[in-house]
Design a protein around this ligand. Structure first.
Ligand SMILES: NC(=O)c1ccc[n+]([C@@H]2O[C@H](COP(=O)([O-])OP(=O)(O)OC[C@H]3O[C@@H](n4cnc5c(N)ncnc54)[C@H](O)[C@@H]3O)[C@@H](O)[C@H]2O)c1
Length: 319
């Protein structure tokens, strides 16, 4: 029997709601405490839940003392587009929240998973097959926080011997829980619009290539990097984590093959400037070599799975 006790922050979001379910299947419902800023979760499955604002260090300490987690998945965050509208709050939540988590993990010797992002990169970074180690000059508040966070995690590993693992998630695509205000959100919204309205207006230009991943791959990779033996891992900062890359025009073309009447037009907004400083594709050879990362979902399978999932969800909502 596993003695793991798990705590998640920001668990009611796009990733947390699916990761919580998966962790409960594996470790048992009662072993997994989901927390979020929200008083009542909107997307989480039934099970242990507590409200936790990650900027509240005292409240976090109390929860850690009660639950004594052996593993923590720290997902609470303001995403890239939201962060540009609320820069101070984004810094407090994204960096201040991480510092609170790091201190609690140090006190309780908890292993930590903390996601970084392709947003850590900037205009000086090579945009094609972006290497693991390269120029890292993020231009958004969100990206600056990811860079600071990666360095804080490396610091706690070397200074305090903590076991911390991180992935630089690309744009994550799923239908169960809506995305939370990132620059890659279009790649989810387009499926809902295609099935509901038959048309979509994209906030990025048609040729904006970005790295993306289906949620199932992201969850599996997250569990795999946490399962890897510590000796195998030599990358101190979060791992480049790749699957597929495509443009809005390419995604629209794949959708049109399945829904011939689907149309798309383009009205770029402020998110275009963010996307223009991010990688177009990712070199994830360190993740592949050190802990065996292999994505499973290609673009065709992703489009089929998303259309089926969104369609079933819409039918259920109507019934
Ligand atoms: N979804 C993606 O495509 C993507 C890509 C790269 C990195 N990430 C990273 O993955 C993590 C999770 O992202 P997500 O997509 O699930 O985000 P999300 O916006 O869907 O969920 C974030 C959750 O954090 C909660 N939250 C906000 N402020 C909080 C606070 N002060 N205290 C506690 N909870 C708070 C929100 O209520 C929300 O439920 C984040 O670190 C994000 O930067 C996500």
């Amino acid at each position: 029997m596993s003695m793991e006790r798990i705590l998640l922050t920001g668990a009611d979001g796009q990733i947390g709601s699916e990761l919580t379910a998966r962790l409960r299947e594996r470790f048992g419902t009662d072993a997994v405490l989901a927390t979020d800023l929200r008083e009542k979760p909107e997307h989480l499955p039934e099970g242990p839940f507590a409200r936790l604002d990650v900027t509240d260090a005292a409240a976090m300490q109390r929860l850690f003392a009660q639950h004594r987690p052996t593993q923590v998945y720290h997902l609470a965050s303001l995403l890239s587009a939201t962060g540009e509208r609320k820069p101070q709050l984004a810094w407090d939540v994204n960096v201040g929240g991480l510092l609170n988590v790091l201190e609690c993990c140090r006190e309780h010797s908890s292993r930590l998973f903390w996601p970084s992002s392709i947003a850590v990169f900037g205009p000086g970074t090579p945009r094609d097959h972006t290497p693991q180690q390269t120029i890292i000059d993020p231009m958004t508040v969100y990206g600056i926080g990811k860079l600071a966070g990666e360095r804080w995690c490396a610091y706690y590993q070397t200074k305090h011997g903590l076991d911390i693992r991180g992935l630089r998630y690309p744009g994550l695509i799923s239908y169960a829980t809506p995305p939370g205000g990132g620059t890659t959100d279009y790649a989810v919204a387009i499926f809902f619009a295609a099935l509901r309205e038959g048309r979509y207006t994209c906030y990025l230009k048609p040729d904006t290539r970005m790295p993306m991943m289906y949620m199932e791959d992201a969850i599996r990779g997250t569990l795999e990097v946490m399962d890897a033996s510590r000796e195998a891992l030599s990358t101190m900062e979060a791992y480049n984590f790749g699957a597929i890359d495509f443009t809005p025009a390419e995604l629209a073309a794949r959708i049109r093959e399945r829904l011939p009447d689907f149309t798309i037009d383009y009205a770029p907004d402020e998110r275009q400037a963010i996307a223009d400083t991010w990688p177009r594709s990712i070199d994830d050879s360190a993740a592949r070599a050190e802990w065996g990362w292999r994505p499973q979902y290609g673009l065709e399978q992703l489009v089929d799975t998303m259309l089926a999932g969104v369609k079933a969800g819409l039918a259920e909502a109507e019934a």
